[in-house]
Every structure is written in structure tokens, then in C-alpha cells.
Design a protein around this ligand. Structure first.
Ligand SMILES: [Zn+2]
Ligand SMILES: [Zn+2]
Length: 207
């Protein structure tokens, strides 16, 4: 059985998620955020065996401890090809202006594209390209749940006023999300866990 664990990471309160198999303990890590040490400690406490690291998008608050986690577990990083340039560029990923230290992450080993099916040892997910907040933002669609990064939050959506944001693209991306099964549990990049059904009812951006 596949489960999801949320770890709130760092000052900007990014939701890092561990998607893992209860029996084999194999795991996916999404957006370790700033506090990689906390994420590693949780993984080791639970005896999980990570096999991939994924970024929902290239903003610094989500990627800060990518290198730490990637090296610690010796696992590949996956990110959408359109956000890959942000990872290595401290100006593009915002770390230079928003954070004390510029952060540069080496290129992903896996470049995601829309509709790509990614097979792991214990499950698989589909990449849904959801540009708007950033050019290469993605949602990860699993059986029964979805990780939405900074595209969709409980009650609202991600900001579209950054230099590489695009509000019109965001509206198109939300149209994709509206067509998904209402029964999906939604694990957003910040804040509370919700469902598509809840958001269709209460989120003004999904009406
Ligand atoms: Zn963001
Ligand atoms: Zn964020």
C-alpha cells in the first residue's frame, strides 16, 4: 500500500512529501525544501529507501536541500525540462534575491515532459505540466492522489506575479486540474491537504 507523509520544511514552510510503499519501504521524495537534515532524519527514522527525488518546480524554497538529499541517498533528480534552467541559476530560482545564499543545483538526471508516465519500483505517476507559477511547474498524478506544488493550494492558487510567471497559462493549467477526478486527495506545496472535490466547491480559482 502506498502512503504519503508530509514534512513541513524550512522557514518558508514548504510541504515536502514522502510517497512510499508500506511493505517494501521504497520511497519518492518531493521538494525537500530548506531543511534537508529534517527530511533525511524522518526518512531514516521510518526506515524508508528513497529511489527518486522530484521537484514540482524550480523555486529556491522547494529545491534548497536538493543536493544534500540527492547525495545522501545517491538518487536521481527529476524536474520538468522548462524549469531545469532555474535549478542551477540563483537569479532564476530566486535564492539570490530572497535568500542569503545563492543556490545552484546540478542538472536533473530525468527531464519531465507533459503526460510522461514515470514508473517506480512500487508505483507509477503521470507528469501533468502545469505552467503559470513557473514555466515548468508540474503536478504528479498518482492512483488516488496528486501532488500540486505551487499550482493549486487549499482555497487558492500559486502566485503569478513573478518574472517567469504567466497568469493566462495558470488559468489553462487549472482547467486541466478541474477535469481530474473529484475524489483525488490534493497534496499542495504549502498549507493544508485537501481534495479536488473540496477545491471545486470552495476555491474561487476553480469555479
Ligand atoms: Zn514557488
Ligand atoms: Zn513555494
Amino acid at each position: 500500500m502506498v502512503k504519503v507523509k508530509k514534512i513541513i520544511s524550512g522557514d518558508l514552510q514548504v510541504n515536502c512529501y514522502l510517497v512510499y510503499d508500506v511493505d517494501s519501504k521504497k520511497a519518492l521524495i518531493a521538494d525537500p525544501g530548506q531543511d534537508g537534515a529534517k527530511v533525511i532524519a524522518e526518512i531514516e527514522k521510518d526506515g524508508l529507501i528513497p529511489e527518486i527525488l522530484v521537484n514540482t518546480h524550480g523555486h529556491f524554497d522547494h529545491i534548497l536541500s536538493d543536493e544534500l538529499v540527492r547525495r545522501h541517498f545517491n538518487i536521481p533528480l527529476g524536474a520538468h525540462k522548462d524549469d531545469a534552467p532555474m535549478l542551477s541559476d540563483p537569479y532564476e530560482n530566486g535564492s539570490y534575491s530572497f535568500f542569503r545564499e545563492p543556490v545552484s543545483i546540478k542538472d536533473p538526471e530525468i527531464f519531465f515532459e507533459d503526460a510522461m508516465k514515470v514508473k517506480l519500483s512500487f508505483t507509477e505517476f503521470e507528469v501533468i505540466h502545469t505552467p503559470g507559477h513557473t514555466r515548468g511547474g508540474i503536478c504528479l498524478l498518482f492512483d488516488g492522489f496528486i501532488l500540486t506544488g505551487d499550482t493549486l493550494f487549499a482555497g487558492t492558487i500559486g502566485r503569478t506575479d513573478f518574472p517567469d510567471s504567466d497568469h493566462a497559462q495558470m488559468l489553462k493549467s487549472l482547467e486541466k486540474i478541474k477535469r481530474l477526478s473529484p475524489s483525488l486527495t490534493v497534496y499542495p506545496g504549502h498549507g493544508s491537504i485537501t481534495t479536488i472535490a473540496n477545491e471545486l466547491r470552495h476555491n474561487p480559482f476553480l469555479r
